[in-house]
Write a protein that binds this ligand. Structure first.
Ligand SMILES: Cc1cc2nc3c(=O)[nH]c(=O)nc-3n(C[C@H](O)[C@H](O)[C@H](O)COP(=O)(O)OP(=O)(O)OC[C@H]3O[C@@H](n4cnc5c(N)ncnc54)[C@H](O)[C@@H]3O)c2cc1C
Length: 495
């Protein structure tokens, strides 16, 4: 994985830049010593590490604007960072770039019960929003498994999802407005508490922009009343195919569960050993299906789902009998990634999306790839929306194993595209899937996406080296030739 070559003249200005940043963000807000900078050297994609030139932790929007204006004037790059839990390397620092951390933006500014929304700073954690409104029976719906740590700013930048997004939508469906600072220091507001916005849907562009268009400094989120009843079903199956079939039939019957997740045998065992959630160990695939709503509706849905599961060959069925049990069912799924971390020194978490009906085919092909590469894989899916999270297990201390794991991962993502899916579900492109973008997008597609980037950041100073497989001046757009999904001279370094 290549990153843009660091600009030596920028590195040479380091001490002067630090002094200028300290004039904007006084006190402990500028971090320049190597030991402290280590805390920022990677995000959740720990395979890639790089110390930033310097890290800045501003505490108000004027400081963010001044820092960006300064960097823009000096030609210095900026990498925004929330909690650093990204799994695609979106917050990977640059050797010649300022890391702009939003951790001090951690306040809930306004809870507007009448308009069912909350205005929060970007460093508030995802779960922190629910904590702030739950005393009145409300919650914030998108719930990434990392919700205890990840920030709403990072969620907006990645358009994050979670187990309940099947029914309640991704981040993009649950935010109403943002305040954002552009690379030239301009502070702009998009959307607000109102439900409809005039003009272009720029919120749709910002959500999922991976820190390439601006730095988000405030977010207005929807809050929803908590469903009166939530019950979860654990359904075990003898094959992944029968579990996949059950998922398709539930959706086809018109039921949209609050969440519908699937785990395969290695993931079930890893989670059960770690959390003791009560998962059956003698099945090949497990579905966790949550049904929510008024009690009578949930009772009816439970009967229908149990019936479908049995007809699809389910060999074990349990329904949560109380809230503690429901949370225990989910605890295993939510801890699946750290649980897999206990059975392998390293793993790569992939994130592709496929049409639901292709699940059995994709699982079979993934098994064949696992044999080909000699690496184990544990699967956790947001089954309802076809979003796969294969975890490729490897040991970075074994020479060549990381490269093999990366190649295996790339093959899985190509397979997702081949069966009519997409390269990413919710973890973003970052550096991880950057070089696979031509497998999915044509030259014209990529050029048009880059034109949007150019409209916000014409000099490519904001998070460069991420998302786009080539870096070139905005004026050159349209001249990059991608033929049949292949870049010309793919072996040439692009940065
Ligand atoms: C154990 C584990 C489980 C996970 N489970 C899920 C899951 O279920 N669903 C899911 O979607 N993701 C999941 N993730 C991935 C990750 O948590 C999300 O992508 C999350 O939204 C990242 O938030 P963050 O605050 O950590 O952002 P960071 O990692 O700090 O940054 C992510 C990206 O957002 C940009 N960014 C951050 N803040 C801002 C800002 N204020 N303005 C502009 N750009 C910004 C960064 O430049 C970077 O490109 C998981 C990660 C881990 C480690």
């Amino acid at each position: 994985m290549l990153m843009p070559a660091p600009e030596q003249d920028i590195i040479a200005q380091r001490l002067d830049l630090i002094a200028a940043l300290r004039r904007i963000v006084p006190g402990e807000g500028v971090i320049a010593d190597e030991t402290s900078l280590r805390a920022f050297e990677c995000d959740g994609l720990t395979a890639y590490r790089q110390l930033p030139l310097v890290a800045v932790l501003p505490s108000n929007v004027q400081q963010v604007a001044e820092v960006m204006k300064l960097c823009n004037a000096r030609g210095v790059k900026i990498v925004p960072r929330g909690a650093g839990t990204s799994l695609s390397g979106g917050a990977l620092p640059l050797a010649d770039g300022v890391l702009l951390g939003l951790g001090k933006f951690n306040k809930v500014l306004d809870i507007d019960w009448d308009n069912r929304c909350a205005v929060v700073q970007p460093g508030v954690t995802n779960l922190g929003i629910t904590r702030a409104v739950e005393h009145r029976g409300f919650y914030y719906a998108p719930d990434p498994s990392s919700q205890i740590a990840c920030t709403i700013g990072g969620n907006v930048a990645e358009n994050s999802g979670g187990v309940h997004c099947l029914k309640y939508g991704l981040t993009t469906n649950n935010i109403l407005g943002v305040e954002m600072v552009l690379m030239n220091g301009d502070i702009v507001r998009l959307g607000g508490k109102h439900l409809d916005a005039e003009g272009y849907d720029l919120m749709g562009i910002i959500c999922g922009s991976e820190g390439l268009l601006g730095v988000i400094t405030e977010v207005t989120v929807r809050i929803l009343p908590k469903p009166t009843t939530q019950r979860a079903v654990l359904a075990g199956f003898p094959t992944s195919e029968s579990a996949g079939n059950c998922v398709a039939r539930i959706i086809a019957s018109g039921i949209i569960p609050g969440g519908m997740e699937m785990m395969d045998r290695p993931a079930i065992h890893a989670a059960e050993d770690f959390v003791h959630a009560g998962y059956p160990r003698d099945v090949e695939a497990l579905l966790i299906i949550e049904l929510d709503g008024p009690p009578a509706e949930v009772d009816d849905l439970l009967l229908r789902v149990k019936d479908i599961a049995e007809r699809c060959g389910s060999v074990s069925l349990r329904v949560s009998q109380n809230e503690d049990e429901r949370l225990a069912f989910w605890a295993g799924r939510k801890a699946a990634f750290p649980a897999v971390g206990r059975i392998s020194p390293d793993y790569l978490c992939m994130d592709g999306t496929i049409p639901r009906k292709t699940l059995p085919l994709v699982l079979t092909r993934m098994g064949q790839l696992s044999e080909k590469y000699g690496l184990r894989v544990a699967n956790v899916f947001h089954a309802g929306d076809g979003n796969l999270h294969p975890l490729i297990l490897y040991d970075a201390n074994n020479p060549g194993e990381l490269a093999r794991a990366e190649e295996f991962g790339a093959d899985i993502l190509r397979l997702c595209v081949e069966v009519g899916g997409v390269l990413t579900g919710e973890h973003g492109v970052g550096v991880e899937k950057r070089d696979l973008m031509p497998a999915m997008f044509s030259e014209a597609d990529l050029a048009q996406q880059m034109r949007v980037k150019c409209a916000f950041d014409p000099n490519h100073r904001l998070n460069p080296g991420k998302v786009f497989p080539v870096l070139h001046r905005c004026a050159e757009l349209g001249r990059m030739h991608v033929h049949k999904g292949q870049l010309a001279f793919p072996d040439l370094p692009r940065f």
